[in-house]
Design a protein. Structure first.
Length: 390
């Protein structure tokens, strides 16, 4: 299970969210379209799954622990909810009587998630230095780049470290914890959703239609990225036939040595498939998925530079995640279309010769990069992907 850590600025808000089991990010109202940072926040919500763990960060300390719960009846595996009808759309407006969650101020909070104590939200927290000092295996990644965002997704190993530390520090029976009123609050939210739960479902297919221009291009790469993350939460999404069934998805993933976050290279979308040796055994990553997204057609120098950028990410994931085994990595480049010269460049340059570092040593060639063109299917009123190469 992955987890999320949410930044808060005061104890009253921490108590409110911990006791009610709700988190909703404050978002500035957009103009005609969502800004990229708005769409990235929505994308973060869409990566949430029931069972993921919840932590809060405030004044150097990490507080926990909660577990995300879903809402029955959704077509998506995502646990994200609209706080008011169709709030994924930039032209939607909050009306107080339609809000699922109202904090009694004039701030816009378009999306939310629900969670329950796991087993409690403890009043005291873990100091950040305590967590970093305990990271003897080097698994802390998200916390080291937790900057300039409302919340951030953590991988399984990082969450496991936090759980270990909470277990050692706090006794569920003795440690002071916040009251638990999540059940009544969640029931009220479900009652407000009433007979129209679809109005409160984040619909990225409706969102992407809003961003398609007359020439068929999507006007924002962030919107295209958010759409893809949303599709990966749909078990029956057509993109799964091209890109496989992902067990984990994240986006804007840092892929460079640690430095100020604004200078870090970031993979647009990263995911992986997992497998188990037997029922009940620990799940293991079996394939990594690296995705670069461009909204325009790719040709000439721009096409070559984009392929080279994606290959840089392939090298990073191979060396830092896959133990040097390129065969564990699949790469996808999504764009409006690809010129013949871009396809030819990909065929020639998007390869890696490597030695499988296990006895007997064998030389192999990696060429698992697929070019996917997006297009709008007017018959089914949805965006689709088509494989151009190979």
């Amino acid at each position: 299970m992955s987890g999320y850590i949410f930044a808060l600025d005061n104890v009253a808000t921490l108590r409110l969210y911990a006791e009610k089991g709700v988190y909703a990010t404050k978002v500035s109202r957009p103009g005609a379209y969502w800004a990229a940072n708005h769409l990235y926040t929505l994308g973060d919500y869409l990566t949430m799954r029931p069972g993921d763990l919840v932590f809060f960060f405030m004044r150097r300390k990490i507080y926990g622990v909660g577990r995300i719960v879903g809402v029955a009846g959704s077509e998506s595996s995502s646990a994200a909810l609209c706080n008011y009808p169709s709030s994924h759309m930039p032209d939607a407006h909050a009306v107080q009587q339609d809000l699922l969650w109202d904090e009694g101020d004039d701030q816009d909070r378009p999306w939310l998630c629900l969670f329950e104590p796991f087993p409690h939200f403890f009043v005291d927290g873990l100091d950040m230095d305590e967590v970093l000092d305990a990271d003897v295996r080097g698994v802390v990644q998200a916390l080291r780049v937790f900057e300039r965002v409302s919340f951030i997704q953590m991988r399984d190993e990082e969450v496991d470290l936090l759980i270990d530390l909470f277990t050692r520090r706090f006794s569920p029976a003795a440690a002071e914890h916040y009251e638990d009123d999540h059940a009544s609050c969640h029931n009220e939210i479900r009652e407000r959703m009433g007979q129209c739960p679809d109005l409160y479902t984040v619909n990225t297919r409706e969102l992407i239609r809003f961003y398609i221009e007359d020439n068929g291009e999507v006007r924002s790469e962030a919107a295209l990225e958010t759409w893809l993350v949303g599709e990966m939460a749909r078990p029956d999404a057509p993109v799964r036939k091209l890109m496989g069934n992902w067990s984990f998805v994240t986006h804007q993933f840092p892929a460079s040595p640690h430095k100020p976050t604004q200078y870090m290279d970031r993979i647009d979308v990263l995911g992986w498939e997992t497998g188990r040796l037997a029922d009940g055994a620990k799940s293991t990553v079996t394939r990594f998925k690296v995705v670069e997204i461009k909204k325009n057609p790719l040709a000439g120098r721009a096409g070559e530079e984009t392929v080279a950028q994606l290959m840089k990410y392939v090298d990073w994931v191979t060396n830092h995640e896959a133990g040097g085994d390129y065969s564990m990595v699949d790469a996808y480049l999504i764009a409006r279309d690809f010129s013949e010269d871009t396809v030819a460049y990909c065929m020639e340059k998007a390869k890696r010769e490597f030695v499988f570092q296990r006895r007997p040593f064998t030389s192999k060639t990696w060429d698992n990069l697929a070019l996917l063109a997006y297009w709008y299917d007017t018959h089914h009123d949805m965006l689709r992907l088509e494989k151009i190469y190979p």
